[in-house]
Design a protein around this ligand. Sequence first.
Ligand code: NAD
Length: 317
Amino acid sequence: MNTDRRKVVLIGTGMVGMSFAYALVNQGGACNELVLIDVNKVRAQGEAMDLNHGLAFAKSNMKIYAGEYKDCRDADIVVIAAGVAQKEGETRLDLLQRNVEVFRSIVGPVVKSGFDGIFLVATNPVDIMTRVTYELSRFGASRVIGTGTSLDTARLRYLLGDYFTVDPKNIHAYVIGEHGDSEFVPLSQVMFATKPVTAILEDERNSYCIDDMKKIEDQVRTAAYKIIEAKRATYYGIGMAIARIVNAILGDENSVLTVSAKMCGEYGQRDVFIGVPCIIGRNGVKEIVELNLTQDEKAKFDNSASVLKEYFDGLTL
Ligand code: NAD
């Protein structure tokens, strides 16, 4: 990986892609070259102009331009946020198949450029599209990452912080599994500072209860639907989540983030890409953190993995 320059290529300059780019520019420091690619070249050019005009107000300088696939050659990270929207009457699987074709037109040229960095995928359904990227690129699994349940985990920590009236940074909790309907919160792993939340819920001296935990889990699972109902799409939160993962990679942070990673026997699963806590550093996924799930939680995880396997098996690659 390139150490002098930190170069990121963004493919797909729609709402999600540009929210990420905007967050990256505003946070400053991590990256000093950002290339924008989109099938709609004029859009990518317009976005590059717009961002460049804000650079005078940003924390640090960055070279931003609309580019070509050959620009991926010496990039550290290629972020994919390109995708097509669901057509009326189209099934989820039909949409997925069309997104496979979109990814075929992206991953091939990126690999052909000589790119030797890390793929970070945000396009939905993210766990499947990450696996598609892995299959098409034939990169090592540690270098193909999906945003997974990183945003869901941030939503969970925010809601738990609000519930317990504590800084979300002092809540340690993860949403794991598919980024979608079968995701869940392993309650046995939720910590308030270093205190297990299960112990707090059992303590009759307070009014905290398990039903409220279920409501919070439900709120996390349905958050995207609510936002889409209100404003048609979600993008700021995921944009910031992508920026967080990019910073963890470029800064070699070894931070624990719930990304979509390939299971190689962890959690009793193989091949499937699914959201789990992972240590993220300069070379991508350094380690998958295996949580001590209860039997019930393990069953939920297995169910989520089978949902993802079923979808993937229905695809033609
Ligand atoms: P959008 O329609 O605003 O942007 C998609 C962009 O992809 C467009 O600019 C389009 O021109 C481009 N594109 C399409 N085909 C392409 C191709 N072959 N090559 C290059 N670019 C191509 O959509 P959006 O709101 O930015 O959402 C993008 C994706 O992110 C969707 O799949 C969405 O579901 C997903 N998303 C993921 C999360 C998450 O948590 N992972 C959250 C929100 C949205």
